[in-house]
Write a protein that binds this ligand. Structure first.
Ligand code: PMT
Length: 336
């Protein structure tokens, strides 16, 4: 399977890789959602969430995947909704979603929420099912917030599976959202594959194991933050994430990303510390926030929570609070 690698720009990528079959339908839904939110005067945030896959065959049997469960994106979406934003939630199929994430099958199985009323099992009437008493208060809280969002129509969900689905959707959704100008925020928390197999190099059928070991040379996924900043979004507030496993790389890589793409904020997170510590990296003059580290025109603000004393706290609450403030400052510039 070894082939010469191709260097894809965003332009050559979209010229050679086919769009997902549902793209037009998905975008029609986004367009009417955005129009409704614009009419209501709401700010809208696009939240991308979960990992993208890289199929190895056209008739897919095998694919590469990554670790992301979509916790960051699903949790943040809830806090954005609470802050009054409308949310376009673009997530990996079957990854966590706002509200239902509280009842994920692995951490809080749905059946554990329910109880059978024993007094009804022996009688002739149908056994009654109710909510386990100790789970009731939390369920009521989640359900109330969910119903409010449903009634307000402020959450719109889109799904992707492959990195190709993700790139096509991201471009089209960003272009739709750009009509909101500074009122749009882009919160790119998805874990996007860095390498892929172009369609032209994929095996049509299942790769056979008869030839021994497998050698695959993958091409680099184009860096789409550049066209996103320069072409697809108009004055939108763009927040990307930088994931590293070596803590020492976080700040230099985040700075390099801002330098290269020119967007507003990079949130750096270490794989093993991401639930309780993140760092906001931005240009010095873009926020009025006080900063701990300042160097070469950049500033860094660390957000930390103490999980030993604050078990219930989710760091996304603080991330979103800080971003809502920064985005507010950013939108004010428009009216000055
Ligand atoms: O879902 P969880 O389990 O809660 O984990 C959350 C997370 C660790 C995945 C999340 O907080 C995070 O760090 N997401 C970004 C991981 C990543 O893909 O980083 P990157 O350096 O490859 O990409 C930088 C940014 O550009 C990201 O915002 C990414 O969404 C975006 N990107 C990257 C490449 C590409 N071709 N297109 C992109 O949009």
């Amino acid at each position: 399977m070894t082939n010469e690698p191709t260097s894809f720009s965003a332009e050559s990528y979209f010229a050679t890789q086919p769009p997902p079959a549902t793209l037009d339908h998905d975008i029609a839904g986004v367009r009417s959602f955005v129009a409704r939110q614009q009419a209501a005067g709401r700010k809208v945030v696009l939240v991308t969430s979960g990992g993208t896959t890289v199929p190895l065959e056209l008739n897919v049997v095998r694919f590469l995947d990554n670790f992301s469960a979509g916790t960051r994106g699903a949790t943040s979406a809830e806090y954005f909704l609470k802050a009054g934003y409308a949310v376009l939630f673009m997530h990996r199929q079957f990854s966590l979603q706002p509200f239902s994430r509280h009842y994920s099958h692995s951490t809080n199985p749905f059946l554990d929420l329910l109880d059978i009323d024993k007094s009804t099992t022996s009688s002739s009437q149908d056994p009654q099912i109710g909510v386990t008493p100790e789970k009731r208060a939390h369920l009521l809280q989640v359900l109330t917030a969910y119903k409010q969002v449903q009634a307000a129509g402020t959450l719109h969900t889109l799904t992707f599976v492959t990195v190709n689905d993700y790139l096509w959707l991201l471009r089209a959704v960003s272009q739709e959202l750009s009509v909101l100008n500074r009122k749009a925020m882009y919160y790119l928390a998805a874990a996007v594959s860095d390498f892929f197999l172009p369609r032209q190099k994929m095996s049509e059928h299942k790769i056979q194991s008869g030839k021994g070991s497998l050698h695959i040379e993958m091409d680099q996924v184009p860096k789409i933050l550049k066209p996103m900043v320069d072409e697809w979004t108009r004055n939108g507030y763009i927040v990307s994430f930088k994931l590293e496993t070596d803590q020492a790389l976080l700040i230099p890589k985040a700075r390099a990303s801002i330098e290269r793409y020119g967007h507003q904020v990079v949130i750096g997170n270490d794989l093993n510390r991401r639930k309780f510590e993140v760092v906001f990296v931005s240009r010095k003059n873009l926020t009025g926030a006080s900063s701990e580290g300042r160097d070469n025109g950049f500033e860094e603000n660390w957000l930390r929570i103490d999980l030993s004393t604050d078990h219930e706290k989710e760091i996304e609450e603080d991330i979103v609070k800080e971003l809502v403030k920064r985005h507010g400052d950013w939108t004010c510039v428009d009216s000055e």
